[in-house]
Structure formats: C-alpha cells, structure tokens
Design a protein around this ligand. Structure first.
Ligand code: CUA
Length: 339
C-alpha cells in the first residue's frame, strides 16, 4: 500500500498520468477519477483519456521534429551567412494549419456529443429525484417524491439513474463524487442539474470541491448505493423511523434535545419537525459518519462533537452549549437510538 502510494505520487509528479491511472486502479484510492463506478464517470474518463493520448501524441511528434531540426540544421564549420529561409512556404503553412484543426476536431466531436448526452436529464419515471442543498459545512439531501430528508449520506439504489438538482443555502459549494461523476457547482438562488448512477452497490466518498470557508475541507459526504430491495427498505425506515427512546437515559436525552437542539435539527416522527438550519437527524443512529463525513459514527466521536463542535470542525455553525457529561451521555443514548 505504502509503496503503491509513493509510486502514485511519483507518477503524478512526473505528469505520467497513464501510469498513475494504472496504479490508482489497483491501489483503490477512494476518490479516483481513474476508477469510475458508473456510466457518467466512465464517459468522462473516456474523454480524459482521449485528450490525454492526443496530447501525448502531439508532444511526441513536436519533440521529434524539434530534435530532428536542431540536429539536421545546426550551424556547421565554414558556414557563411543565413541558411535558406522558408518563410511563406505554402506546404508548411497548410500543414501546420490543418494539423491543429484535425486535432481539435478529433477532440470536439466526442466532447460535444458527451456534453449533450450528460446534460440531458434522465427521462421516464424510473430516475430517482434528489435535491441537494449545500450548507456551510454539510449536505442536505431531499427526496421530494418520497417525502424524506437526510444529511451527509446520499442513499441511492444501485443500477438506477439518480437525477440531482443542486443549490446552496449560503455560499457556492461543489458536489463531487469522483468515482461517479465530475463536479457540479451549488449556487445560491440557482438550480443546477446533473445525474449519477452507481452500477454496483457500494460506498462512494465525495466532498465539496469549491472553497466555501474555514471548514471547506471538512465538508465531506458518502454516496451509499444499495440493491433495489435494500434501498426500498431504507426508504420505508426513513418514512417510519424508530424514534421512541428505549431507556431512561435516552428519554432524558430526548428532553435535552427538545430544549437545546430543536431550533436547528428536525427528526421525522417526533414533535421536533421545525428545525431546518442544521442537518435533519432522522435515523442518524444508522448513519456511517457524523459531522459531514468527518468521523465514524461512534459514541466516542459523538461525545467529542457534542462536547465542542468547533474543536472537531473549525468554525462549525453548531454552537458549544457547554453540555455536562450527564447531558452528553443522555444525548448520545437518544441519538444513537434513532434508526
Ligand atoms: Cu462547501 Cu467547499
């Protein structure tokens, strides 16, 4: 693993992309454009490879001609005056005009074709619609046809197209899941659209790709692709979540939640439905991570987060409520029980 990584970095430094791409594929970097997991990323990689090989060919041809000319027409002993000049040579002019036109045409045809193909929102009733809203520094995922809202984990059915509309609640962010698709900006007051598809079930990591403030680098998320039946079960679970606290400690946590957290966070199926400033916490106990993909969802990490959010995520919008140990224990018991 270590040497692979070193090899990858060396390859990247040399700009030797084909080698880097080969190593990336076997090293399974979690966010590699060279390891596509769906049709959008695959078609974008085809374009990338095409333009890369064209550039390599152009470089090789130019370098070869340059080397030849430098050697063949170098100054020789006894040479007098200027060598014969080729200014205005028609054959050369035509050649170096036609060459670039041909190269650009080779690039333009597939580029334009793919740009239009990818810009087309999937038609038909089969595509799942999701609205993505960027926030400093977390992600909101709304499923308008299913009536559910979640955060930081975009759960999708594997093998099915997902049509995304993207916008922002504050500043410009950028939605980027390298193994599924290229970047798309989230702009306040505007709706952009794109589509993704994960061919196989799996977890694909993504992150914000547009500088959006102090914790830009901590604005991460997961796309979790599940087999159709599992996805349907997940939807049912989100629509009818487990919300009743099972222990006294969790019940105490629910009370504290109602006093401190309710203004910003909502939980479906509870009286806490108004908060929309922070992530919707329906089923938060079954998410893989907390704090927008920063930490695995464990008691210990939740403790760190509740104790002082900004110590985990610099400038986090969630205030430090100076909760004491007992209050934190109770909140952990409550939140971890929400499935
Ligand atoms: Cu959001 Cu960078």
């Amino acid at each position: 693993m270590r040497s692979r990584w070193r090899g990858w970095r060396l390859a990247a430094r040399l700009g030797w992309v084909p080698l880097a791409s080969g190593l990336a594929a076997c090293g399974r970097l979690p966010q590699s454009t060279f390891d596509p997991a769906g049709p959008v990323a695959a078609s974008q990689l085809r374009l990338l490879n095409l333009s890369m090989w064209i550039m390599i060919a152009v470089f090789a041809i130019v370098a070869a001609i340059l080397t030849y000319v430098v050697v063949r027409f170098r100054e020789r002993p006894g040479q007098q005056g200027l060598p014969p000049q080729v200014e205005g040579n028609h054959r050369l002019e035509v050649l170096w005009t036609a060459g670039p036109i041909l190269v650009l045409a080779l690039l333009a045809v597939p580029t334009v074709r793919d740009v239009f193909a990818l810009a087309r929102t999937p038609e038909g009733g089969d595509a799942l619609r999701v609205r993505v809203v960027g926030h400093q520094w977390w992600w909101e995922f709304q499923y308008p046809d299913l009536g559910i809202v979640t955060a930081n984990e975009l759960v999708i059915p594997a093998g099915r197209k997902v049509s995304l509309t993207l916008t922002s609640a504050d500043v410009i962010h950028s939605f980027w899941v390298p193994r599924l698709a290229g970047k798309m900006d989230l702009v306040p007051g505007r709706e952009n659209s794109m589509w993704i598809q994960a061919d196989e079930p799996g977890t694909y990591s993504g992150q914000c790709a547009e500088f959006c403030g102090t914790s830009h680098a901590n604005m991460r998320f997961l796309v979790v692709a599940r087999p159709a039946a599992e996805f349907d079960a997940w939807v049912k679970g989100q629509q009818n979540p487990v919300v009743e606290p099972q222990t006294d400690l969790a019940r105490r946590g629910q009370e504290i939640f109602g006093q401190k957290c309710v203004a910003c966070h909502a939980i479906r199926g509870t009286p806490f439905t108004k908060g929309a400033v922070g992530p919707n916490l329906t089923g938060v106990g079954s998410r893989q991570t907390i704090a927008a993909g920063m930490l695995p969802n464990t008691d210990e990490n939740l403790r760190r987060w509740l104790d002082n959010p900004s110590a985990v995520k610099p400038n986090a919008k969630m205030p430090d409520y100076n909760l004491n140990e007992q209050e934190i224990d109770a909140l952990i018991a409550y939140l971890r029980g929400l499935k």
